[in-house]
Design a protein around this ligand. Structure first.
Ligand SMILES: Nc1ncnc2c1ncn2[C@@H]1O[C@H](COP(=O)(O)OP(=O)(O)O)[C@@H](O)[C@H]1O
Ligand SMILES: [Mg+2]
Length: 302
């Protein structure tokens, strides 16, 4: 189990953040190849984007990394651990936290309660002593409460801690998802389309938060985005998928000028001019939410 990482090494170098290696991963659903022999490495402490048109296999990649889907072939390693032979809860305990493309929060519970759920695996006292209000449980509860407040402030949700999640705006709910993943004190944060459906200003705020998360915590952030625009400004490295195949892997500048990437984006029928903006992305996100890939299934949540 990961220790409380609230004391952060400001040099940004942490021994518990190790490379995450995807090696020759394939996922087949019957005749459909959702992923075909995909390999890439997420360097410790980097912001690594996985982009590609709808149906490219991005959410499937996250589902393999977090143990929700088995890989048909290949493996994912986190340091010397083989994630592809582990259960979702074991992967979560290693410090790999994720959000879902479709919001998966507990609507009737407050922001604070949703964030506290993310910390349950970090509480030593457990349910029994909490119920009896033993001194250790009370002390721990205070410590976790403080951390939850810190994380909420960081995600600009400090004034909404006692608000039931269900009544928050869509943009706020998306930020609660990121905050809940952060509340688990992750070493790797997987964000599946964190700005889908957001306007330009909300998108800018989330992009700034992602940069801050990396610099303040020194963790790796893997960002799935349908849209190129948002990731180009913040990603250290970009992996591009198309129809389950890796078609490019490099710096934002390298992939942006890659002819196959340009072709995949222009040929996807999503845009006329290839200029992906927040508003158009919103329409696509709505469309995709209706398609129900199963990525939002609460059953897969650790
Ligand atoms: N559980 C599943 N069963 C069958 N097909 C699936 C499942 N999950 C994803 N797929 C299919 O795999 C392909 C990749 O999907 P996905 O990873 O969700 O794409 P992206 O996130 O890049 O839009 C799509 O054709 C999708 O329909
Ligand atoms: Mg997806």
């Amino acid at each position: 189990m990961t220790a409380d990482t609230s004391t952060v090494d400001t040099s940004g170098l942490r021994s518990d953040v190790v490379p995450l290696q995807v090696r020759d991963v394939s996922v087949r659903f019957g005749a459909l190849s959702a992923l075909s022999h995909v390999s890439f490495t997420v360097e410790p402490g980097s912001i690594h984007a996985i982009i590609g048109p709808n149906g490219a296999g991005k959410s499937t990649m996250f589902n393999v990394m977090s143990g929700v889907y088995p890989a048909t072939e290949g493996e994912v390693r986190f340091g010397d651990r083989v994630l592809t032979s582990m259960q979702p809860y074991q992967i979560a305990e290693l410090g790999i936290a994720r959000t879902f493309q479709n919001i998966a929060l507990s609507d009737s519970q407050t922001v604070a309660e949703n964030l506290m759920l993310g910390r349950h695996h970090l509480t030593r006292a457990g349910f029994v002593s909490s119920g009896l209000r033993l001194p250790r449980a009370t002390r721990e509860g205070r410590r976790h409460g403080e951390r939850v407040r810190e994380i909420a402030d960081f995600m600009e949700l400090g004034d909404k801690l006692e608000t039931p999640v269900g009544v928050l705006s869509y943009g706020d709910q998306k930020r609660v998802e990121v905050a809940r993943a952060l509340a688990t004190e992750p070493t790797v944060l997987l964000l599946d389309e964190p700005v889908a459906g957001m306007n330009t200003e909300e998108t800018r705020r989330v992009a700034a938060s992602v940069l801050e998360i990396r610099s303040a915590l020194g963790i790796s952030v893997i960002l799935v985005e349908h849209d190129m625009g948002m990731v180009m400004g913040i990603a250290d490295r970009v992996t591009v998928l198309d129809f389950g195949r890796l078609i490019a892997d490099g710096t934002p500048a390298e992939v942006q000028s890659d002819p196959e990437v340009i072709r995949a984006y222009l040929g996807s029928g999503d845009e006329d001019d290839g200029d992906h903006t927040g508003g158009e992305q919103a329409a696509e996100a709505d469309h995709e939410a209706g398609a129900g890939t199963g990525a939002g299934s609460p059953g897969g949540r650790p």
